[in-house]
Design a protein around this ligand. Structure first.
Ligand code: S3P
Length: 171
């Protein structure tokens, strides 16, 4: 099948956006890009470094720059950073230019996926287990109204292969 619009994967950290995005693009024979990796490559440093040096508003502005660049590209699969759709302008861009899919993952599954990655993620900053669970819980409650505005919401608790099949059936 040929994509008419970019296919945007949305979801919380650890929901599988990058791994799935790469696999999905391969299946569809289109390019794949991850917004965080695009920014890191362009800036020559990690998201953690960018955010601690310049702050979140500057990082969001970089995400918008990413959307301008994507407007010039043929339809592809885009894995959006977890906070990307929370910005109003970013959301407008998604809803005008993309087919969006929210990868819905249960809190305890997210906890297990993220527990060993707290050091490398700027929002998780070495949080111990209980604090991480509370963070996921609170943040997901705040974010759910935005994430669930996606064109499709799919259960992504299973393996990458299972979720990939679900997405392929949808599109
Ligand atoms: C963020 C998620 C990260 C990254 C940044 C903010 C968030 O992306 O963009 O640390 O607010 O959830 P991933 O979801 O790709 O890890």
């Amino acid at each position: 099948m040929s994509l008419q619009k970019h296919l945007c994967l949305l979801g919380f950290m650890g929901s599988g956006k990058s791994t799935l995005g790469k696999a999905l693009a391969q299946h569809l024979g289109v390019s794949w890009v991850d917004s965080d990796s695009w920014i890191e490559e362009k800036q020559g440093r990690s998201i953690t470094e960018i955010v601690s040096d310049k702050g979140w508003p500057v990082f969001r502005a970089m995400e918008r720059e990413f959307t301008f660049e994507m407007n010039e590209k043929a339809p592809m699969v885009i894995s959006c950073g977890g906070g990307f759709p929370l910005d109003d302008e970013n959301w407008q861009w998604i809803s005008n230019n993309c087919i969006s899919i929210y990868l819905l993952v249960d809190k305890d599954v997210l906890l297990n996926r993220l527990i060993d990655e707290t050091a490398s993620r700027p929002l998780l900053k070495d949080k111990p287990r209980a604090e991480l669970m509370q963070y996921i819980d609170e943040e997901l409650t705040k974010r759910a109204p935005v994430y669930t505005k996606a064109d499709w919401v799919i259960d992504a608790n299973g393996s990458i292969e299972e979720t990939l099949l679900k997405i392929m059936e949808l599109i």
